[in-house]
Design a protein around this ligand. Sequence first.
Ligand SMILES: C[S@@+](CC[C@H](N)C(=O)[O-])C[C@H]1O[C@@H](n2cnc3c(N)ncnc32)[C@H](O)[C@@H]1O
Length: 204
Amino acid sequence: MRQFKPEKLFKPRDFIKPELTDNCYLEIGAGRGLHAVQFTQANPDKQLIAIERTRVKFEDFAKRAKTDALNNLAPIHADAIPWVVHGLPPASLNGVFLLYPNPEPKNAAQRWLNMPFFEFLLSRLKPGAKIILATNIQDYFEEAKQQAEQLWKLPFEAFEVDQNSKRTHFEIKYLARGETCYQLEVTKPENYLTRFNDWLSEET
Ligand SMILES: C[S@@+](CC[C@H](N)C(=O)[O-])C[C@H]1O[C@@H](n2cnc3c(N)ncnc32)[C@H](O)[C@@H]1O
């Protein structure tokens, strides 16, 4: 796998340096923001930075977040990859949500655990923090488990999502169709080394 090169990524347009708390979580691909709003409502002591790239979905999300006026939720309209590079210092996250990412059937290199960026994402996690990935695609799930174990050498738990779960619009749709949804939770061990443990953008 080629190596991730954070120094090659420009700061996203209109980038604002985030104010991070000690209890910060990240959601990538937040869609219309259902999980982000539910999570921050249920966990007022936790901060969530929730990033969505698609404008139409983000506008819906921003409206929902404004109505609920949650001061622990930061909705961000950006591509998460450059945003994470410029916005987060090493070991700053208590957890990451990747809920129903695009399956990328024709482009395996774009699936999260196959991407060189995944190493950078791991460097932003605190030891003991988890990345939670949910998908309705069994092949995606199996491949992600294999990558967690063989490539990234990470401990993980894997299970089926409860049929009554309603965290995101996509989850609701898939479970209503009677599909099985899968969840993978990888944990960053203590003393886990990445090439980016000390890498810091000038912005952070
Ligand atoms: C299949 S949708 C799922 C949305 C939501 N999580 C749900 O379950 O309802 C995947 C979302 O991830 C977003 N996405 C994919 N890559 C992204 C990236 N690099 N940065 C931010 N958002 C991204 C897409 O725009 C899309 O809205």
